[in-house]
Design a protein around this ligand. Structure first.
Ligand code: IDP
Length: 152
């Protein structure tokens, strides 16, 4: 049966500047995940701080916030069975030196502070992050023609 688990994904400014949008989106599409919302934006100071509020006390917080605001990002809502853990496994470990080859960070990144992509780490964070970046009206409902071959 088709599933509507959702996660929030953001291609960070380094991924956009390095021309990696197509590669990254293509990985999700080929896996069978459905992009149900997508937009390019420059993250404001208040949105950056809200997004990363759990890290507010960490020493890297100021540089993380200024990096996230430093250029356009691509924000997405990605849908499919077990979207949160599947996308996290495709993204790879936070530190690219620990990310397996075949993952986005393992293939495309070298440093933790320039690790190309964000993805929600739990269904609760996904819900929170989707609502930070998208109105409900911006999220599309549609069928992919291959859904009958992706789901039992
Ligand atoms: P995640 O992005 O894999 O979920 P988190 O621990 O939630 O990892 O950290 C959020 C982001 O903060 C990371 O993706 C990375 O860009 C940055 N970050 C985390 N730890 C460090 C660090 O030790 N130094 C610099 N940046 C860090």
């Amino acid at each position: 049966m088709v599933c509507t688990d959702r996660t929030f994904v953001m291609i960070k400014p380094d991924g956009v500047q390095r021309g990696l949008i197509g590669d990254i989106v293509s990985r999700f599409e080929r896996r069978g995940l459905k992009i149900v919302a997508m937009k390019m934006l420059v993250v404001s100071d208040s949105l950056a701080k809200k997004h990363y509020e759990e890290h507010a006390a960490k020493p890297f917080f100021p540089s993380l916030v200024s990096f996230i605001k430093s250029g356009p990002v691509v924000a997405m809502v990605v849908e499919g069975r077990n979207a949160v853990p599947i996308v996290r496994s495709m993204v790879g470990a936070t530190s690219p030196s620990n990310s397996s080859p075949g993952t986005i960070r393992g293939d495309l990144a070298l440093e933790t502070g320039r690790n190309v992509i964000h993805a929600s780490d739990s269904p609760e964070s996904a819900k929170r992050e989707i609502s930070l970046y998208f109105d409900n009206s911006e999220i599309a409902t549609y069928k992919r023609i291959d859904e009958q071959w992706l789901y039992e």
